[in-house]
Structure formats: C-alpha cells, structure tokens
Design a protein around this ligand. Structure first.
Ligand code: PMV
Length: 313
C-alpha cells in the first residue's frame, strides 16, 4: 500500500493567460487531496471519497481514467496495470481549486511508494503534468507545480518546451482569503480550448488583453511583496474584468465577486478555469474574513476560509 498527497491552490493572477506564456501567481491552500494505492486484481478501481460539487466525479470520470493511464506511462509502468485507488482528503472537488492536479500528485506519490520507484518531487511534478493533459488539454503546468511544491509562487510557462520559470514569493505574513464555490462543475479543457479559439479568431481584441494580464501579474507581485494589500485587491478586481472580457466568467461568478466586494473584500475574482467553479476574495484579518465567509454561508453556499502564503514542502 502506498500513500501520497497534493495541495489545492488558488490562482491570484493570470489563469488562462498562463497557458499562453504569460506569468501567473498561484498559492497553495491548506487543503489537500490524499490517495492510497494498492496493487489490484483486475483493472483500475477508483474509490473517490472527496466531498465534491454535484456531478463533479461523473463529469471528470473519463478524464480521470485517462489521467491515471498517462501517469503510469510517464512512470514507465504498464498503463493498464491493475490498481485499487482511494482518493479523499480535505480539498473539496470544486472546479477551480486545482483538484485534478492535487489528486494526480497524490496518486503519483502513492504509486511511487507502492512500487518503490524513488521518484523525486521534480519527476512527480512532471508525471502530474502528463495527467493534467487529460483534464486541461493544453495545461500551463501551474496547477501541478502548486500541488507538488505548495507555497506562494510566480509561474511562467516556457513556450519553447524548456523548463518553466518558477520562483517562490515571500510575503510579510500570510493573508486571509475566502473561496466560494458556484456549485457548478466546469470543464477546464473546454474553457482552455475556448480561449485559444477566440484568441486566434480575434487577435486585435485578445492580444492587448493578454499584454494587460502580464502587466497585472508583474504589478501584483510588487504589491504582494511590498505588503500593499489594497493595491493587490485592486489588481485582482482588474484581473477579473479581463477574465470577463475573454469570456470565462459567468453570471454566478460575477454574483459571488459582487457579494464579496459589497461585504468589504478588498479584491475578488474568479479563480481557475471559470465558467463555474470558484471565486477568491482577498479578506485580510480574521474579522473581515468571517464577515465575507458568513455572507456566503447565509446563502447556503460552500465556502473555504483559508490563507495564502503559508504551506510549502
Ligand atoms: O480550474 P482549474 O483549477 O483546473 O485551473 C485551471 C487553470 C488554467 O489556467 C485555466 C489552466 C492551466 O492549465 O493553467
């Protein structure tokens, strides 16, 4: 029996744009997915005990099978190897929190232990990237990197296929955030493909937006490192506006962003693939965090009140 785990994440700046080589900023959150793997008798048996948004496991089932086969291949194992896999842990299966990458890292680590492969974190990260292809089509690699290493990081995909640029960011102290789920499962692959198609069809509209997104990430990094949280919030709001313009927000996400801001959050945006999934609000201090979280709870919505800039391996 082998065990492993992977962190969930929130993207503070740059989702979607990172796929096309723009830098992004991501933070692991203190919720993770755990996996237990044992050699099986026949075929692949996956028991998924994660708390999920309605329909999440069904929607992702085929992508999950493909992702596990891809990982086995990347570890030089037979992709049809019979395995019994259990998945659980504190990270809910809501779209947008990197749940697929967290589960892939957890499973890769558990397979590594069960088969005594002695893989490094770097290799686990590569294996989980292979799995992400099943879920996201053309992933940037930001999710599996955050799921493997944790912490707060700057991430830039190398568009020539070389190593990605990953830098740890230091902030003065961890910052409270509120994540709220729309309850709607999103298909990351379809969202990523949609952006690529629209960008290709309308470069005059999309290219300036991509360049603005890059500027926002740079400004976001400076503001985070300088502890200028009001500025970070302002830039997150601006990032949400650009995400609306590239067509990845939704009525539900815009509503959650609006509620968070009205309750005093200093910034709020969709996080992850959009089209459903989750919203993240910057709510420094316990009191503000509770106020914003309670407003969502009062509406019967699922909330994670956590911090950025804490967890790292
Ligand atoms: O929705 P999630 O948690 O899978 O995040 C996707 C993030 C994207 O930037 C849209 C895709 C990627 O691979 O970076």
């Amino acid at each position: 029996m082998g065990k492993g785990s992977g962190y969930g994440k929130v993207i503070l700046f740059g989702e979607h744009f990172v796929v096309h080589g723009v830098a992004g900023i991501v933070s692991a959150i203190d919720s993770s997915t755990d996996a237990i793997v044992s050699k099986g008798e026949s075929g692949l048996v996956v028991k998924d005990d994660r708390k999920t948004a309605k329909g999440y496991s069904e929607e992702k089932r085929l992508q999950q099978i493909e992702s596990i086969e891809r990982m086995l291949k990347a570890m030089d194992l037979d992709p049809k190897l019979p395995l019994d896999i259990w998945i659980g842990g504190s990270l809910p299966g809501f779209s947008g929190l990197g749940a697929s990458a967290a589960s892939s890292v957890a499973i890769a680590r558990a397979i590594n232990e069960e088969f005594g492969l002695n893989l490094s974190n770097e290799k686990i990260n590569q294996v989980a990237y292979e799995a992400e292809i099943a879920y996201a089509g053309n992933p940037s690699g930001i999710d599996n990197t955050a799921a493997t290493y944790g912490g707060l990081m700057w991430f830039k995909k190398d568009s020539t296929g070389g190593p990605d640029l990953v830098e740890r960011l230091k902030i003065q102290m961890p910052i409270e955030i509120v994540i709220c789920s729309t309850g709607k499962v999103a298909n990351t692959k379809a969202m990523v493909e949609g952006v690529a198609e629209r960008k290709k069809a309308n470069p005059a509209k999309y290219e300036p937006l991509f360049s603005q997104a890059g500027d926002l990430t740079v400004a976001g990094r400076s503001a985070l490192e300088a502890g200028k949280l009001e500025k970070v919030g302002e830039l997150m709001n601006e990032n949400h506006r650009i995400l609306q313009e590239i067509g990845v927000s939704s009525v539900e996400l815009d509503y959650l962003v609006d509620v968070a801001r009205k309750q005093g959050a200093i910034g709020a945006k969709l996080t992850g693939g959009g089209g459903g999934g989750c919203m993240v609000a910057l709510t420094p201090g316990k009191d503000l965090q509770e106020k914003v979280a309670n407003a969502f709870r009062a509406e019967g919505l699922e909330v994670l009140a956590t911090k950025i800039g804490v967890i790292a391996r």
